[in-house]
Design a protein around this ligand. Structure first.
Ligand SMILES: Cc1cc2nc3c(=O)[nH]c(=O)nc-3n(C[C@H](O)[C@H](O)[C@H](O)COP(=O)(O)OP(=O)(O)OC[C@H]3O[C@@H](n4cnc5c(N)ncnc54)[C@H](O)[C@@H]3O)c2cc1C
Length: 413
């Protein structure tokens, strides 16, 4: 019997859990503990329009204050949780304990840092929270030159957004193509060309030796001796899960907190949800940890419902979107794990392109550039099961075929 719940981490997953608990009729005490001072907010815009337009903080809120009040959620914001006491509650900095029979850990991920000289200087920013994005927005408005370190999802997107407003941007890539392995080589080559077309100075195979400057960042020095002037340096070299509390609690970890199909950890009194959790994917026959918006929301809904006795299990198919240079990029399933690719269309054409990935004769993912309807068809198919490719596989690359019908036919063969 659970009378009280504490949710640690006031991000998208945390906000979704407290709402879902009330929607599902949980009437006990619900506390939402967050180390940020803000109400839970949406992060995707932080690397997109928030950087270049006047989007306000309030516009990012997952839901307004009135909703938490109506739901009678106790908000403990601007306070870091320092210990989980299973069955007792959560200790927050300062020593107080928020009482709870059950805890949801939703502490997300934190940006990795590079151990180079100067990385602590003001002007070196990782885009994870509102303050980071505001600092970059101000720097760009001042006309700062920006060096973005890292060509993954966030680095590539930030560089594209800043270039879109005419900022002076250099993108330092460790590899040769952006957003690898997620996008695959063809789509990556297309994106690289788009970056260059928009004026981003892209440098492949670059590694940083140090960041120079007195009171704040002024330049980036590469290991080949090149020095690039920069007023802002965006560090976008990946993230790692915030598992400190989970380690302290003795939870089983595996690059994140290992959970079952309802988000329950190795402790019967602790769930872990969202970016921090590694869950069993029945669809793909492996465990996955997913750092995407939709996953955080849907995982939270299933985990919160499980606490009140709902029998649903979570088997979400990863899906993420990005907007770069006015193009909508979507990634579904596990395209990076494929051994075969079929391309439909042309990323430079009016109907865009879709790369379908297969592995061992099954379709396991897709990447789309402006070809949303077909991406949806793959996603819909994957939600049932990875489709076994039967018949003429070449039809998958025939842009004139109806992909949805083709996948349905393959699935029922
Ligand atoms: C700049 C950016 C752009 C993105 N764009 C996209 C996109 O286009 N598409 C997409 O699908 N996904 C995108 N994402 C990913 C998406 O935002 C995340 O998957 C989602 O926010 C995860 O939600 P979460 O609740 O698990 O974690 P978070 O949103 O990170 O929330 C975790 C919260 O817990 C807090 N916390 C950590 N430790 C403690 C502690 N000890 N005590 C109290 N609080 C703590 C953190 O400060 C944070 O507020 C983007 C992410 C970023 C950063």
């Amino acid at each position: 019997m659970t009378d009280s719940v504490a949710v640690v981490g006031a991000g998208l997953a945390g906000a979704t859990i407290v709402r879902t608990l009330r929607e599902r009729g949980f009437t006990g005490r619900v506390s939402l503990i967050g180390d940020e001072v803000h109400l839970p907010y949406e992060r995707p815009m932080l690397s997109k329009e928030f950087l270049t337009t006047g989007v306000t903080r309030d516009a990012l809120q997952v839901r307004p204050m009135a909703q938490y009040e109506a739901d009678e959620i106790e908000l403990v914001l601007g306070r870091r949780a320092i210990r989980v006491l299973p069955g007792v509650g959560v200790q927050i900095e300062g020593g107080a304990v928020v009482p709870a029979d059950h805890v949801f850990l939703c502490t997300g991920v934190r940006p990795r840092s590079l151990p180079v000289r100067g990385s602590e200087l003001p002007g070196v920013i990782s885009i994870r929270n509102l303050e980071d994005a505001e600092a970059l927005r101000e720097a760009v408005a001042r006309g700062d030159r920006t060096v973005v370190v890292g060509e993954g999802f966030i680095g590539s997107e930030v560089a594209a957004t800043l270039a879109g407003r005419g900022a002076d941007v250099t993108l330092l890539m460790g590899g040769e193509l952006p957003m690898q392995p997620a996008m695959g080589p063809e789509a990556g080559a297309w994106l690289l060309a788009e970056h260059r077309k928009s004026g981003i100075a892209v440098r492949e195979r670059s590694s940083i030796r140090s960041i120079g400057g007195g009171n704040r960042a002024e330049s980036v020095e590469l290991t080949d001796g090149t020095v690039i002037r920069a007023g802002s340096v965006v560090m976008a070299v990946g993230c790692e899960p915030n598992v400190d509390l989970a380690i302290d609690t003795g939870l089983v970890l595996d690059d994140g907190v290992l959970v079952d199909s309802r988000g329950l950890t190795s402790s019967a009194r602790v769930h872990a949800v969202g970016d921090i959790a590694r869950f069993p994917s029945a669809t793909f026959g492996r465990t996955l940890r997913v750092e995407h918006w939709q996953h955080a929301q849907q995982h939270a809904q299933v985990a919160a419902a499980a606490l009140v006795g709902d029998g649903d299990i979570y088997d979400g198919v990863p899906w993420a979107w990005s907007v770069q240079h006015g193009h909508r990029i979507e990634i579904a399933g596990l395209p990076w794990a494929g051994d075969t690719t079929w391309r439909r269309g042309d990323p430079n054409g009016p109907d865009g392109a879709l790369w379908i990935s297969g592995r061992a004769g099954r379709i396991i993912g897709a990447v789309s550039v402006n070809r949303r309807r077909e991406l949806r068809a793959v996603l819909r198919a994957l939600r049932r099961a990875p489709v076994v490719v039967v018949g003429d596989a070449g039809e998958l690359a025939d842009s004139d075929s109806d992909l949805r019908m083709l996948l349905d036919a393959m699935a029922s063969a």
